[in-house]
Design a protein around this ligand. Structure first.
Ligand SMILES: *[C@@H]1O[C@H](CO)[C@@H](O)[C@H](O)[C@H]1NC(C)=O
Ligand SMILES: *[C@@H]1O[C@H](CO)[C@@H](O)[C@H](O)[C@H]1NC(C)=O
Ligand SMILES: *[C@@H]1O[C@H](CO)[C@@H](O)[C@H](O)[C@H]1NC(C)=O
Ligand SMILES: *[C@@H]1O[C@H](CO)[C@@H](O)[C@H](O)[C@H]1NC(C)=O
Ligand SMILES: *[C@@H]1O[C@H](CO)[C@@H](O)[C@H](O)[C@H]1NC(C)=O
Ligand SMILES: *[C@@H]1O[C@H](CO)[C@@H](O)[C@H](O)[C@H]1NC(C)=O
Ligand SMILES: *[C@@H]1O[C@H](CO)[C@@H](O)[C@H](O)[C@H]1NC(C)=O
Length: 201
């Protein structure tokens, strides 16, 4: 067989090129993916995190696309359904994360950036031992005791339906917390965050 043979049969050339492309390249891709997926996620105090998460040294293909851990200045953030959470710890044995809403964590209770504390239910469930509290914003000052040190925050029990014009926010807090209806206690509880479990993925 001389080189003239292939040129007389162009389909054969395409056949060999096809073989080269589809057989060779995936071998290299697999190798790269395998190598980088061996890297564990490491950021600040959080270490040894792997599938289904990705971020830092782990490329997107090493985890579920939505489970991106954003390592910024040794702080881990995760976004779910437009709510940004700060991640305090990840335990791959119990498949649990301790998280808090980043807006409440760094900005206090007065100006939430998000409304509901919505988890990505495709992956996460609340751990047991939490219950939602509900805060309503944009209440007329006359109806809100200066409970939270900023005007216009109320609770549905007091500032009933239709009175407050701002968003309604619910956020999980530990059920065993006791009396939280004072601003410093409430902010402390919100900053401590809550635990979620990776149920699927
Ligand atoms: C990670 O979080 C930082 C701080 O909020 C933000 O500026 C940055 O855009 C985020 N990076 C990605 C890839 O989402
Ligand atoms: C992040 O943490 C590492 C080790 O704990 C430290 O060496 C590094 O300076 C920290 N980086 C920043 C930006 O805080
Ligand atoms: C997230 O925010 C964007 C822009 O505000 C909006 O278009 C999108 O529907 C939101 N996604 C969810 C899941 O709420
Ligand atoms: C994960 O949780 C288990 C069980 O509670 C505990 O024994 C282990 O030390 C935890 N691991 C990390 C890295 O926190
Ligand atoms: C927040 O949750 C409440 C109660 O489940 C719901 O009625 C409301 O529509 C939600 N708001 C947004 C913006 O998702
Ligand atoms: C808080 O409310 C949301 C929406 O109603 C619900 O999905 C979630 O399970 C509740 N959280 C807790 C800890 O009960
Ligand atoms: C609010 O709670 C904090 C912490 O539990 C406590 O130190 C403080 O005295 C309380 N303030 C009021 C006004 O009750």
């Amino acid at each position: 067989m001389n080189s003239g043979f292939l040129f007389r049969y162009p389909p054969l050339v395409i056949f060999f090129i096809t073989i080269l492309v589809f057989v060779q390249i995936p071998v290299f891709l697999c190798y790269d993916l395998y190598a980088s997926c061996n890297n564990k996620y490491h950021c600040g105090d959080i270490a040894n995190v792997d599938y289904p998460f990705w971020g830092a040294g782990r490329v997107r293909g090493c985890g579920k696309p939505d489970l991106f851990l954003n390592c910024t200045r040794n702080i881990t953030l995760i976004e779910m359904r437009n709510v940004t959470y700060r991640v305090f710890s990840v335990n791959m044995t119990t498949r649990s994360l301790k998280i808090a809403r980043e807006d409440y964590y760094s900005g206090g209770i007065c100006s939430p950036k998000s409304v509901n504390t919505t988890l990505d239910s495709n992956f996460f469930v609340y751990s047991s031992g939490y219950a939602n509290i509900t805060l309503v914003y944009g209440c007329p000052p006359s109806t809100t005791p200066e409970l939270f040190g900023c005007l216009g925050i109320g609770v549905p029990e007091i500032n009933g339906p239709g009175i407050c014009k701002g968003p309604t926010v619910f956020v999980p807090v530990p059920t065993m917390i006791g009396d939280i209806w004072n601003v410093s206690k409430m902010e402390e509880v919100l900053r401590e965050g809550f635990e979620v479990k990776v149920e699927r993925g």
